[in-house]
Design a protein around this ligand. Sequence first.
Ligand code: GDP
Ligand code: IMO
Ligand code: MG
Length: 428
Amino acid sequence: MSSVVVVGAQWGDEGKGKVTDYLAAQARTVVRYQGGSNAGHTVVVNGKTFKLHLVPSGAIHANKRCVIGNGVVIDPVTLVQELEGLKESGIDVPLHISERAHVILPYHRVLDQLEEQRRDPGSKIGTTGRGIGPCYVDKAARCGVRMLDLRTPEAFRARLAAVLPAKNALLKALYGHEGFTVDEIMAQCGPAAEKLAPYVTDTSLLVYNSIQAGEKVLFEGAQGTLLDLDHGTYPFVTSSSATAGGAATGSGVGPNFLNMVVGVVKAYTTRVGEGPFPSELQDAIGEKIRQNGAEFGTTTGRPRRCGWFDAVVVRYAARINGLQQLAIMKLDVLSGIPELKVCVGYRHQGAVCEHFPADINILDQCEPVYETMPGWDEDITGIRNYADLPANARAYLERIAALTGVPIALVSVGPGRDQTITIKELFG
Ligand code: GDP
Ligand code: IMO
Ligand code: MG
């Protein structure tokens, strides 16, 4: 098989960056296909930590063709900063940016923050404030600015002149905000646009050619299935297609080219931001997981909410994404917890439902049904063979595979690239 899709199967931050970096060793092309700088993907190589937001997590390897697909929303200033940061670490990214990708502009960020302030306490989403939602709104409303509009200052100005009056009218009418002039935006974003212009191209064609040449292609998702605009815990979701289908639409390749879909999950569950989370722990064990797992957001620094592994969520993600394999991350974080629980169903109005409901009001009323398993005490961070894991850790993993119906290909026992146990190779 020549292509692998890496998709988050929970609420984001599962460790997609680490898995992408790990698998990228075998790939020629690595494609980010949706989301924007709301994503924070961490890669740790030889003790050095890289936090990536827009650049594909294959970039830490030399000479991987890195593609930002049409489904991504790009803040040009953030992207230039990220590229410059990588350059300071000696990494020159061979980057290709889709001409069709939409651009996050200063008014998107302002709107994101003002919209969030305007929501009453119970309906705040807890967005990252990066302008993601408002940019996808403009894409769908057909008043967006695309990377191809940034190729020359004249084209950029012309597109801004066409779309800005409506955005300014909205800012003024709803929020009393004075809005932006074309000159202001050109001053803020023009230099970054000029730096990025040489990378802007037809990336759909580039990825197609890479596949046709028999090269291995890796698709990197951002966020996770439960944050997907269609399939997540709406409205507490992001605004893009974070599920595997997004790899096709977000990079412009036919779904038949996607050979292997791997779902990335933590050995427990986390969520950052607001919204339902049935297996959440608001006790000392939740706090222990947060501390052991350093569960603080890569992008915003917010503490992540922590809870038990939820097999209902991952079984749902398996169906929505067509997961063929799982990568189980952060197993080491559970070492030292005497008893582990796994959510196997939700009790709602006296009946146990095994399928993830669409209505978050129902979800709020669901009581998790747990199975309890014995934990292990050993430090597992140095283990590299599945058979060397403690018997209770193996039993825990095998139960997860059985409950979700998906076999496990990778187990991660630490943040480092090498702290990975391979059970099955994902590229054919
Ligand atoms: P992503 O958004 O899915 O790429 O995940 P993040 O990078 O936001 O969050 C995952 C965090 O867990 C990062 O800080 C990783 O370095 C770290 N991490 C990944 N795998 C492991 C693991 O197996 N064990 C531990 N302890 N940390 C891990
Ligand atoms: P990675 O790729 C975890 C969450 C935000 C908020 C909701 C909407 O690192 O896994 P947005 O700014 O997208 O409009 O926020 O989605 N969120 C994430 N949570 N990991 C992410 O990305 C996220 N990207 C967005 O916290 O609840
Ligand atoms: Mg993250």
